[in-house]
Design a protein around this ligand. Sequence first.
Ligand SMILES: [Zn+2]
Length: 186
Amino acid sequence: MSSMLPNVLSSSTSNTSVADELSSSNETYVTKRGAKLNLESIGPKPTKKVALICCMDARIDAFSAFGFKEGESHVIRNGGGRASDSIRSLVISQQQLGTDEIIIMHHTDCGFFTFTEDKFRQTLKSNGYPGPDVDLMSFMPMSADDIDESVKEDVEYLKNHALIKKDSKISGWVNDLKDGSVRRVV
Ligand SMILES: [Zn+2]
């Protein structure tokens, strides 16, 4: 199905890709990291028993923002850092991998402030993407004017979700990309 979609939204004409650079970048990483840190020895269960949900935004260093190290926290990322988009991973995080705390973090200057659902759907349809598929998908745009509200909404969503542990500790935060600071909303 996906191979049939017209690639009309892509503006890239370059033949090079980031994938071409990955191997040499990784060699540098492995050398710097050294053999002393065997991540398999930590195991897949986060030692802080926490799952952080945040946006896919390329400017966010999710571990550093909260001072986490490898092995300490799950990081579930999606567009906007939305709770409803994270449920599948969260259920496994809690039931299989032992987490009981959830941190939701939205951020300033989010790409999800830049469009409305209606207009984005219109753009997709006018670019040839199939209308029924476009209408079925919620793209979850947000507003910069009520970023605290979107955080509160997501915390409430998780508190009321049937598949989330009832005794989960859940907090909501805003990350200010101007200086990297985080502020607790709820
Ligand atoms: Zn974002």
